[in-house]
Design a protein around this ligand. Sequence first.
Ligand code: AMP
Length: 560
Amino acid sequence: MGVYGIDLGTTNSAIAAIDADGRPEVLIGLNGEPTVPSVVLFASARDHVVGEGARRQARLDPDHVCTLVKRRMGDAEWRFGAHGQLWSAPAVSSLILKSLAADAEFGGGEPVRRVVITVPAYFGDEERRATIQAGTYAGFEVAGVLSEPIAAALSYGFGRLDGGLEIGQGPARETVLVYDLGGGTFDATVIELADRRISVLAVEGDHQLGGADWDERLALHLSQRFCAANPDAEDPLDDSIGSQLLVLAAEQAKHELTTADSTEVVIAHDGARAVIPLTRDELEAMTASLLRRTLDLTRAVLNAAAQRGVRQVDRLLLVGGSSRMPMVSEGLLKEFGLIGELRDPDLSVARGAALYGEKLEMERLVAADLVTRGRLRDGAELFEADPQDLAAAVARVADSFGQPVSLVRRMLEIQVDTVVSRGFGVLALDPFDGLSASWLVHRNQTLPIKVRRSYGTVRADQDQIELTIVEQQGQAASTRPEDSKVLVEGRIRDIPPGYPEGSEVRVTFEMGFDGVLHVTAYHVDADLPLTLSVQTGATLSQADVERELEQLQRTRRRSS
Ligand code: AMP
């Protein structure tokens, strides 16, 4: 059974799988389109609509339509309220995931069970956890969360040699800058492709910056022009239906200005009407500061990569629907002298996720084959197997899938290295500064990471230690607690009695390739693992999860 790759996007989502020829293929949904709008309409307390139907309904019933939910991922406090029910960001997202799965199955695919879901590279620990939670709510086993630029690079690497995955073989070592401007998030990533290795060297980004900000600026401009032409009419922005319509009109005009130099927008509101001419130059002028921010972040990522030895960028990949705007490639060319390549900006991420899912699946099957035959210890890594045993297992797995042995072997050989998107540390009492952040891990350090810190108890028989783990928010790591976000506020509990002041508790902070943080604690003298109980964390409480699961079971998906 295959692993599906899902691009859970801010504005649009897509699901992909590996086809019979071993190529990643985006599955066409019920609406006949490869992407589905990431929009949910809560039609009543018992049913909902996902996708185009929900997006259209946004005009008539804006209070029950949830859009841009990805921007809320990782905000444990946020809820969307509709028909007396509250929905967290993972719960809303799970409805989008389920709808994608239903579409994939409708299209003749196998039932969706295991998935890889992509996230912006810049997502920190809590947004990644929220994404996993969304997958769990949808009833999936989340085989991995993968950074979107890595997915795009995988898809690009696959496409370089038709029919096979060709990642920087031999002399074709390449440094690629991935500029990903989607509907609501922006990521800039420097990736090296070499020796079947994809290595992320540096990431930068802002997950509150995307095409929706362009729409907002334009909507504001349109409302001003409408009000100037109709001084007695109400401002469309003062009314929820009016402002939804205005934003949709703005987005439509923005799309038109990608190919045309000028267009006209017709706004009808409050019994009045205005025909507003608009040029691409005007759009570019009013959104110049947004583009500037992406260019500044791109410069920052190039500087970070330079510190890791990158002298030049060989290729610029443009990903995300908003990078279609001509101002993007023009800005990048002017600023960095790089010519951008737009390759399926909407679909490459889902395709890359499916490729990565396939890689994980092949690894799992080859390992299971070896373990069953007693040729590999359960839990051991594949590279620990005898090369001949490995080759035989690869051949068997390829045979059972009807795929070329070379493809399975290449899949296994691909290595993905990535970095921490945001530094993290602990809040500690500093004798001079009061409470201050002490950083354990810095942004752009290579994953996986394991850091150990020892803490001494401050009195005899102390039975617990408070621990606050924070994540970097701004571009630079600051020691001021207000500049960082609390990831975990917890207590290491059940320290056994009878130990003096200063006895050692060793805390291990581990972050795997998926960017999710795991914390464990250990009492050295007692030789005892300790439990960390979390009071406040970025994730939802158990009670919330149970309530939402019930709520999710009660709601039915309507086709429109
Ligand atoms: P994504 O999240 O990657 O699907 O990107 C969606 C964003 O891309 C939305 O903000 C769209 O308005 C924007 N977008 C899609 N097509 C175009 C286009 N032709 N011109 C400008 N923006 C576009």
